[in-house]
Design a protein around this ligand. Structure first.
Ligand code: NAP
Ligand code: F7E
Length: 325
């Protein structure tokens, strides 16, 4: 019989790639989507996945416990991927309460619905490198054992979720795991994250559709990978012999300035002629440096990324070039 996967956040960047990946491996995939006033925007990223009859979505929300219980009871999933979140770090300062409600209390709502309706399922929690905040080991990496000192409402919400997963794993003997994923991007990345913002603007500048790009802090470093590689890792985390926590990263770091330099140069432009700073995009507290050590996932799960920083950027540039052509 086909395995059944239940995905929250299925309409997001990772949720949509994960759905396609699991469908390609013969899973029956279920998801919840929130109600949007413009219904066609709701599942624009799911266009490919919907071609497969093994995908079913219904309305639900992490803050609506009745919808979560209904889904768990009726689907009885084998694997649960909890990807739903208010995932924008700067916006978590504008909407701290919604962020904590969804990313922290919402995870507890999911765990309770899971524990009470389908405790033999496996549960994946979308944890984040943002949990490390400004904490870095002496060798300049963050890893599973690095202290967590988050520097944003988003980071704080994810630390709660990470800890409650570990607590429920032990207390109730559940197969609940954390994937601690570093930044990952793709052509489906939201327009207000820095990768899409830089690449879309550079392409539009190249085509004469825009004349400048306003950014915040260009000296922050991030470990950027491709979402397609990272959703593969999520599935490997749940198919490991025991529940555990894994860092997923490329083990390389680049600054926002490096990103601008690479992307504009690829389009035969000099970023310094177009990029200006706007304090509007600075954060109340910045996380300056992320570089993940994913040795544990590589040796235990056999996971390796296929994309590099450069091939990720190239994939996104190609996408936005085609979009505008
Ligand atoms: P994303 O594109 O922003 O997708 C988030 C998804 O969550 C969307 O489908 C969104 O639905 C849904 N959602 C938001 N609030 C919800 C609620 N209250 N109830 C139900 N669904 C809700 O994020 P992503 O990049 O795919 O990230 C997936 C997960 O991984 C998130 O938990 C994120 O925090 C975490 N993460 C991401 C990264 C990264 O670099 N991408 C790194 C580490 C961890 P709408 O479309 O209706 O808003
Ligand atoms: O910012 C700087 C910004 O918003 C990256 C989420 O997926 O990864 C993501 O969070 C860096 C930061 O991602 C702009 O200050 C400069 O230093 O693309 P971002 P993020 O905050 O790292 C983690 C791991 C997650 O878990 C999150 O869900 O770029 N930056 N200028 C800017 N960032 C944005 N968005 N816009 C700018 O104009």
């Amino acid at each position: 019989m086909n395995k059944k996967a239940f995905i929250t956040g299925i309409s997001g960047q990772d949720g949509s790639y994960l759905a396609e990946y699991l469908l390609s491996r013969d899973y029956k995939v279920y998801g919840i989507v929130r109600r949007h006033s413009i219904a066609e925007h709701q599942d624009s990223r799911l266009e490919n996945a919907y071609k497969n009859p093994n995908l079913e979505c219904e309305y639900g929300d992490l803050l609506d416990t009745s919808s979560l219980e209904r889904s768990m009871k009726s689907i009885k999933p084998d694997e649960i991927y909890n990807l739903a979140a208010q995932s924008h770090v700067r916006i978590s300062y504008d909407m701290p309460q919604f962020t904590i409600q969804t990313n922290a209390v919402g995870v507890l709502n999911m765990l309770e619905a899971y524990r009470q309706n389908c405790p033999s399922a496996k549960f994946y929690q979308a944890s984040s490198s943002e949990m490390f905040g400004d904490s870095v080991d002496k060798d300049e990496f963050q890893r599973e054992t690095t202290a967590m000192t988050p520097v944003s409402p988003y980071g704080c919400s994810k630390v709660f979720a990470y800890n409650i997963i570990r607590n429920y794993r032990k207390a109730y003997n559940l197969f609940a795991s954390n994937g601690i994923l570093f930044n990952h991007e793709s052509p489906r990345r939201g327009a207000n994250f820095v990768s899409t913002k830089v690449i879309k603007a550079a392409v539009r500048i190249k085509l004469g559709l825009q004349d400048k790009l306003e950014l915040g802090n260009m000296d922050a470093y991030r470990d950027w990978g491709h979402s397609k590689d990272y959703v593969r890792a999520m599935n490997m985390v749940l198919n490991h012999e025991k529940p555990d926590d894994f860092v997923i990263s490329t083990m390389k770091t680049h600054s926002v300035r490096d990103m601008c330099e690479y992307v504009f140069a690829k389009l035969e432009l000099n970023y310094e002629d177009y990029v200006v700073q706007n304090p509007k995009y600075l954060r109340a507290e910045e996380l300056p440096y992320l570089k993940g050590d994913s040795t544990k996932a590589r040796t235990t799960l056999g996971w390796e990324p296929e994309y590099t920083f450069e091939t990720l950027m190239d994939d996104m540039i190609d996408h936005w070039m085609k979009h505008h052509e």
